[in-house]
Design a protein. Structure first.
Length: 397
């Protein structure tokens, strides 16, 4: 922050609180914390709030336009606070957002789902701006909250802001994927960074009967779902609760896909060509819809990429992450059947089609009907009940 005093009595912040209460994101027991822990105190002078109209992150600089900066701080939008692990300083957006302030509705929904009680000990994975750790410290007392962040500079700034606000959780620099054994065991572990596998040490560091709440996703897309796992001994079991999208832990970002590498290994003209009667409307269902998440559960080591539509055509690509298998389905307006190309050891479109048919045969279940069982030996997904059929979900290689 600058040396200017923070504006505290802001109508826009009061309106944000009302919106969160009306939507149910902010419960009555967290209302005093929202009033006491001001998001704006944890934000840098230069930040990049998400502009819903432009569908992009845009710069907001408190030094140049404080009114616009406060409007963004008090809006229910995510705000990027770091690009490219700190190597990009602005003023425009960088390539990869690597630290942020989550939407207030998401923050307080997660805190509500955490179901904390007085005296509980919590590990907050992914300190970021420090706001979530501050909210937990306000509610539970700083002595009961440990927050861990891999980026030393991000952690240091968060610590300073927390202290300025009179909040003193235990702030640790380290890899959140490894937890923090020194303060374990915890009653709750809350991750505000995405993972593709639940670390066994999180289970080890959580008391039996405790809970882990984390954004979890596959390699298929960047979309996540919150999972709430109850820890019973050496396993953690629970359902997915809602669609979300979080930045991934650095160790969990997954491999980079280079399109040209795949086509050079298996040129388009050499690929097997077929057709499919699955339509674009059935398959391309949107960023936060259930289908891509379910396909990720059922099709391992595969990345999907939905291209923009041009001249009535939309290609959807699939890349094998353990080899150079690839597939492409070309949807075209007015055509009942879409062209399909496949190349490599795996027939990826066939695998995706099988997963799609399975989903349809089971009544197109929403992601909230799925769940996860995590142990030191791996992860298994299930539908409706962990006692039902389960299948292995492989983490990144």
């Amino acid at each position: 922050m600058t040396t200017d005093a923070l504006r505290t009595d802001r109508p826009s912040r009061k309106e944000l609180g009302r919106v969160l209460m009306d939507s149910g994101a902010l419960s009555s027991d967290w209302k005093p914390t929202f009033a006491a822990v001001d998001r704006a105190l944890f934000l840098p002078d230069l930040m990049w709030p998400y502009d819903m109209k432009a569908r992009a992150s845009v710069p907001a600089d408190r030094r140049e336009d404080p009114d616009a900066w406060y409007d963004a701080a008090d809006s229910n939008v995510p705000i990027v606070t770091q690009w490219d692990d700190g190597s990009h300083l602005g003023p425009g957006p960088g390539k990869l957002s690597t630290s942020s302030s989550s939407m207030p509705s998401v923050v307080y929904s997660l805190l509500q789902d955490l179901e904390v009680e007085e005296g509980m000990r919590v590990l907050d994975v992914g300190t970021g701006t420090g706001e979530t750790a501050g909210a937990l410290a306000h509610r539970l007392g700083g002595e009961n909250v440990t927050t861990i962040e891999v980026d030393a500079s991000v952690s240091g700034v968060a610590r300073e802001r927390l202290c300025r606000h009179g909040l003193y959780p235990h702030v640790v620099v380290g890899d959140g994927f490894k937890g923090h054994r020194d303060a374990a065991p915890y009653d709750r572990i809350l991750a505000t960074v995405g993972v593709r596998s639940v670390p066994p040490v999180w289970i080890e560091q959580t008391r039996p009967g405790g809970a882990i709440l984390a954004p979890w996703g596959t390699l298929y897309t960047n979309a996540d779902a919150m999972v709430r796992l109850e820890v019973t001994g050496d396993e953690a079991v629970g359902p997915f609760t809602r669609s979300v999208e979080f930045m991934k832990l650095r160790a969990q970002r997954g491999p980079t896909v280079h399109h040209a590498d795949y086509l050079s290994a298996g040129p388009l003209e050499d690929a097997e060509q077929t057709t499919t009667d699955i339509t674009e409307g059935e398959f391309v269902t949107g960023r936060f819809s259930d289908l891509p998440f379910v396909l990720g559960l059922r099709v391992p080591q595969c990345r999907q990429s939905v291209a923009d539509k041009r001249d009535g055509q939309r290609p959807v690509w699939f890349y094998g992450l353990a080899d150079q298998s690839w597939a492409c389905v070309m949807f075209q307006d007015g055509e009942r059947h879409a062209s399909v190309w496949q190349s490599g050891p795996r027939c990826l479109w066939d695998e995706v089609t099988d997963a799609y048919r399975w989903w349809k045969d089971h009544g197109s279940p929403e992601l909230t009907r799925f769940g996860l069982t995590a142990t030191a030996h791996g992860q298994r997904a299930w539908l409706d009940d962990p006692a039902n059929e389960t299948w292995h979900v492989r983490p990144p290689a």
